[in-house]
Ligand binder design. Structure first.
Ligand code: FES
Length: 571
């Protein structure tokens, strides 16, 4: 690497005199007490997302220290720097709106600041996608280090883990099965350590996707947050980042290819991962010029068995998954169907990794074989039909099997506010066979595509023992949730898709076997409704559209869910 292009000498501040800029920067850097020896080393940025508003990342100071130790041991200079954090439950209206803002911050800070490689430290749902999207666009060598999952708690003899059990207990509370005192007790037992949600939700799905894409070190995705191995993984990640800084490659875009994206999709299906991960993988792939095709998703889903028995669909937690063999065990089972030539940050092919796995026995109660899987087909499918001409998604593994082929009467809610005002009304006209529909909750809606697709079962039906209904929306659903839930309906209602024209009383038919979701309303009636809608002064949520700032940028440029909800000008 030529002198003047490395470490703190990169990207001089623009004064019209590069030598002055170098001299000035070194003098300011020296104010931090670095020796000349340190300043001659390659600089590894540690891009981290620690924040008082992010419980999942509260162990990051320790991880940053361990990463820095590895960087120093390998001859580099570690320079931690913060980017905005996205604590899933701390953001209004939803973290999804801010994923792209964080991706922009990551990209610009990696590009603008002087570093030769970067460690990307995140974990909570949107942080890993944002880190990867930004790093792909920034084009510097990068390695991902995730937070790792949290441990489970205990309540009256049973294990609890955020946040599938959060929803289960809340449903029981709504149905009157547990009282106020118990739900308060449960509240303190659901999330008991640092780390990401304890089940195969979005954070865990994205950690596995990152590792499958080759962007993090093998075996690191599922190490529990509080395990000493996570600190050792941080130290090794630091060492590897120095090798990347010296070599100048690979950059993330070298690793995110059509083939590696397909491998990631296969893993997502085999672990029965989150529906949100499809959006995020689509956005990550889009930054590398790779398109995620819904028909290909369905083809892979029909040919990929579910191998892991974890919540929200099964019984185990992420700590069990890691102890059972982790991603390595899943990759070995999928070996025959993976693109084995795909490489990771170390330069190794997936086939090398599969061959090199040591022979720790796999716990088959958690990670099954392809010959005796949890399910013979993948957990997720894409849907199309007259209600979702451009697509929708269904986590069939989380659905009630009898509802996967279902026709029912629509009960339509026009917005989140409408939903919250009416869902529990004693006089709501709703029966267990009806299909609950929520609209104006897509990416362009005022709520920015919240995890509201898990519509609550109306209280009066919950009290009658109803635990699942078909629910349809242009919203998302938490990766930790379950039910027969059609999500990401595209075009979203805000864009005037058929979802905007559905009315209470219409018939809707879901057919998972045919990959279809249809609104059974004749064309001439739909045309009349469309004309009426266009005549209305403020169709959909127009009256609430953002007028300024990032929210306006997001609204005006966000791509549909089927294309990953990235901003159109960032692809
Ligand atoms: Fe951070 Fe669930 S709240 S991963």
């Amino acid at each position: 690497m030529a002198t003047g292009q490395r470490g703190f000498d990169r990207n001089p501040t623009d004064y019209g005199d590069p030598e002055f800029a170098r001299y000035l920067r070194r003098s300011f850097v020296k104010s931090m007490g670095y020796s000349d020896d340190m300043l001659d080393r390659p600089v590894v940025g540690i891009c981290h997302t620690e924040s008082g508003f992010n419980n999942c990342h509260r162990h990051f100071p320790e991880m940053i220290a361990a990463t820095g130790r590895g960087v120093l041991a390998a001859g580099g200079l570690p320079v931690p720097f913060p980017v905005m954090s996205l604590g899933e439950v701390f953001l209004h209206p939803t973290s999804m709106v801010y994923r792209n803002l964080m991706a922009m911050a990551v990209e610009e800070m990696i590009r603008a600041q002087p570093m030769d490689s970067v460690v990307l430290m995140g974990g909570c749902d949107k942080t890993v996608p944002a880190l990867l999207m930004g790093a792909i666009s920034a084009g510097k060598p990068a390695v991902l280090l995730v937070a790792g999952p949290m441990m489970t708690g205990r309540h009256r003899g049973e294990r609890l883990g955020a946040c599938t059990d959060c929803r289960r207990f809340w449903a029981a509370f709504r149905a009157g099965d547990i009282d106020h005192a118990e739900i308060r007790q449960v509240e303190g037992r659901l999330a008991v350590t640092s780390g990401t949600c304890a089940v195969m939700g979005t954070a865990s799905s994205m950690a596995l996707i990152g590792e499958t894409l080759g962007l993090s070190l093998p075996g690191t995705a599922s190490i529990p947050a509080v395990h000493a191995d996570r600190l050792r993984a941080a130290e090794t990640t630091g060492q590897v980042s120095v090798a990347l800084a010296n070599a100048g490659y690979p950059v993330p875009r070298d690793l995110v290819t059509q083939a590696s994206v397909e491998n990631a999709l296969r893993v997502l299906l085999a672990v029965s991962g989150s529906t949100n991960a499809v959006i995020h993988l689509s956005a990550i792939a889009g930054r590398a010029g790779v398109r995620l095709d819904p028909d290909r998703l369905n083809a892979l889903s029909e040919a990929t068995p579910v191998l892991v028995d974890l919540k929200p669909v099964g019984t185990g937690y992420m700590e069990d998954f890691h102890a059972a063999g982790g991603l390595g065990a899943v990759l070995r089972e999928l070996a025959d169907s993976l693109h084995s030539e795909c490489r990771d940050v170390l330069g190794n092919q997936i086939s090398d990794r599969i061959r090199a796995q040591d022979a720790d026995p796999v716990d088959r109660s958690v990670i099954r074989t392809v010959t005796a899987p949890v399910s013979p087909v993948g957990g997720l499918i894409a849907l199309r039909g007259s209600l979702a001409p451009d697509g929708a998604i269904l986590k069939r593994a989380a659905a009630t099997p009898e509802l996967l082929e279902h026709e029912g009467r629509a009960v339509v809610f026009d917005s989140l506010r409408d939903l919250s005002e009416r869902i529990d009304c004693p006089d709501l006209d709703v029966e267990p066979d009806d299909i609950l529909v929520l609209r104006n909750a897509g990416p362009r809606s005022p709520s920015g595509m919240p995890e509201a697709g898990y519509l609550p079962i109306p209280k009066k039906l919950a009290a009658r023992g109803v635990r699942d209904m078909v629910r349809v929306s242009d919203a998302r659903m938490s990766g930790t949730a379950f039910g027969t839930i059609v999500l990401h309906v595209t075009p979203e209602a805000d864009l005037g898709g058929p979802l905007a024209l559905a009315r209470t009383g219409d018939r809707i038919r879901l057919s998972a076997s045919r990959h279809r979701i249809d609104l059974l309303v004749p064309d001439d009636i739909m045309e009349r409704r469309l004309a009426e809608r266009e005549e209305a002064e403020t169709p959909g949520s127009a009256a609430e559209r953002p007028t300024r700032g990032y929210r306006r940028l997001f609204h005006d440029h966000v791509l549909p869910a089927t294309e990953g909800c990235d901003l159109s000008f960032l692809r």
